[in-house]
Design a protein around this ligand. Structure first.
Ligand code: NAD
Length: 511
């Protein structure tokens, strides 16, 4: 859908070895405007065919995703430098989510016939419908290049919206593959991908009817301002600084293993990765020893299709510099590095790192790192852990490790975050019946989590019609009449007021 005369391309590089992964088009504002106009035209029929017909198209698309999974995973690896183990989850997670929306959308979007709020309402038939925002713009980051667009596009498509995805300029190739798949199954032209940089993203925000953004808090804030100017709705999934709380009654082996995965999956480049660990004093030493042993055993490198490594590369040099900066800052302020602490030299790899003797004066405890580092703090008790966990601008998610689930749930209710996993990491991300959304600077709105996750792409429309035979006129239509006015207001008062004196007031006064 691009009619730019001169097509500007940019290079995509594999950060694990610096080799070219491909090229993508740097689409300008005119391409965005043209594409959105075409999507808007096609959306009318997409909405009209109804939810069952849309589900059929999505399930066909699911077949295509499954049939092409290995090739798609190759693309994910080529543009991120992540391990096969980390990359291979993206397609299955996408199809799981697609199935969720294809199976549930009809019930979530069904017309509603609410009961009138008062007996007077029985004269009307009430109907509330869910009508989609015509074009949803989905702007995504680079950490899960295939899954990030899928996180949101299936719900929007099932709602009846057309979707324009603008993937990160760092990893645009997986999203381009997603668009290729939609074309290959010959689905209606209601899904497009336009690649480019921040300018392309800005043009999307300037043109679509709803913005679903995943990325940094800084960009999210700019998008919220732009959407405010246009008076269009938006939903923001932003950064995090997720705490883990390890209580003295926890299974320390499981806690250490879970926190290693939670902190280091995708080289720590995940919004809900564990970024700081608070451990109750009685188990602190044992936890740290177990943690270090587990991190030491990890293998780091680029493995193609071999599953030979646990930890892959950082996606960008900028991200590597942030991690390096947080380590240098912590070191200068007195932190001890028990393991790792350096870039490896070849490719954009940073060693998995464990830090202790850290505190909240350090950037690694307050700013999002988005890298493979695990700072650990000893705390007196659960109350101190909760206080420190809440001492953050972010509020995405948290983990609590304990032998007592009820106590875990009690602590969860005291944490200022959108999700808490007890004795697990990432569990909420794979449970679509629950909402995923950040509090505080981690976002506005939420994705999936039942009906709310698809209704957010819709406008509610209220429709009324008289019940029974049509009267020549309604009691409050002109000309003015004392009798009809009193009839209506008396009935309303009779329904709403408390006590006989107030109920009968207007008639009794005879005014
Ligand atoms: P980023 O904010 O730099 O970029 C994200 C996207 O926004 C890119 O596609 C970029 O081109 C586009 N963009 C940049 N400026 C724009 C503008 N002014 N208007 C519109 N679009 C614009 O983020 P990133 O570095 O790609 O991703 C890392 C961040 O994403 C981290 O903070 C991470 O926590 C967050 N993240 C959050 C979630 C979540 O679900 N909460 C998931 C993954 C990543």
């Amino acid at each position: 859908m691009n009619s730019d005369k001169s097509v500007a391309l940019f290079d995509v590089v594999n950060p694990a070895d610096g080799r070219p992964a491909g090229q993508a088009i740097d689409h300008g504002a005119s391409a965005v405007a043209e594409t959105v106009a075409e999507l808007r035209r096609s959306q009318v029929e997409w909405e009209r065919i109804g939810v069952r017909a849309r589900a059929k198209w999505l399930l066909r698309y699911q077949d295509w995703l499954i049939d092409n999974a290995a090739r798609l995973t190759d693309t994910v690896q080529a543009e991120t430098g992540k391990t096969r183990f980390d990359a291979e989850i993206e397609v299955p997670a996408a199809i799981d989510l697609l199935k969720y929306w294809a199976s549930h959308a009809e019930r979530f979007l069904a017309d509603e016939h609410p009961t009138p709020h008062s007996p007077i309402g029985i004269t009307k038939r009430l109907l509330a419908t869910y009508r989609p925002h015509p074009v949803v713009g989905i702007i995504t980051p680079w950490n899960l290049p295939l899954l990030n667009p899928c996180f949101d596009m299936f719900a929007a498509l099932m709602a009846g919206s057309a979707v324009l995805v603008k993937p990160s300029e760092v990893t645009p190739l997986s999203a381009v593959e997603l668009a290729r798949g939609w074309t290959e199954i010959e689905a209606p032209p209601v899904f497009s991908v336009l690649t480019g940089h921040g300018e392309t993203g800005r043009a999307v925000v300037d043109t679509v009817d709803f913005v679903q953004f995943t990325g940094s808090t800084r960009t999210g804030r700019a998008i919220a301002v732009a959407c405010g100017e246009r008076l269009i709705p938006y939903s923001l999934e932003l950064g995090g600084k997720d705490p883990a709380i390890v209580l003295a009654d926890a299974n320390i082996e499981r806690a250490a293993a879970g926190i290693v995965y939670g902190a280091l999956f995708n080289s720590g480049q995940a919004c809900i990765s564990v970024e700081r660990v608070y451990v109750e004093a009685p188990v602190y030493d044992r936890f740290v020893t177990t943690l270090v042993d587990r991190v030491r055993a990890l293998r780091q490198g680029a493995d193609g299709r071999d599953f030979a490594f646990d930890i892959g590369a950082m996606a960008t040099g900028t991200q590597l510099d942030i991690v390096r900066g947080h380590i240098e800052d912590a070191r200068a302020k007195g932190a001890r590095i028990l393991l790792g602490g350096n870039a490896t030299g070849a490719g954009l790899f940073f060693e998995p790192t464990v830090l202790v003797d850290v505190d909240h004066s350090m950037r690694c405890l307050t700013e999002e790192t988005f890298g493979p580092i695990i700072p650990v703090i000893k705390v007196r008790d659960a109350a101190e852990a909760i206080r420190l966990a809440n001492d953050s601008d972010y509020g995405l998610s948290a983990t609590v490790w304990t032998g007592d689930r009820v106590r875990g749930e009690r602590i969860a209710r005291l944490l200022e975050v959108g999700a808490v996993n007890i004795n697990d990491a990432y569990a909420n991300l794979m449970n679509f019946a629950l909402p995923m959304g950040g509090w505080k600077s981690s976002g506005i709105g939420a994705r999936w989590g039942g009906a709310g996750g698809i209704r957010k792409y819709c406008r509610r429309q209220a429709i009324t019609a008289p019940r029974g035979p049509l009267l020549a006129r309604e009691p409050l239509w002109y000309p003015a009449s004392r009798f009809r006015s009193r009839l209506v207001t008396t009935v309303m008062r009779a329904v709403d007021a408390r006590g006989w004196r107030r109920v009968s007031l207007p008639l009794r006064r005879g005014r």
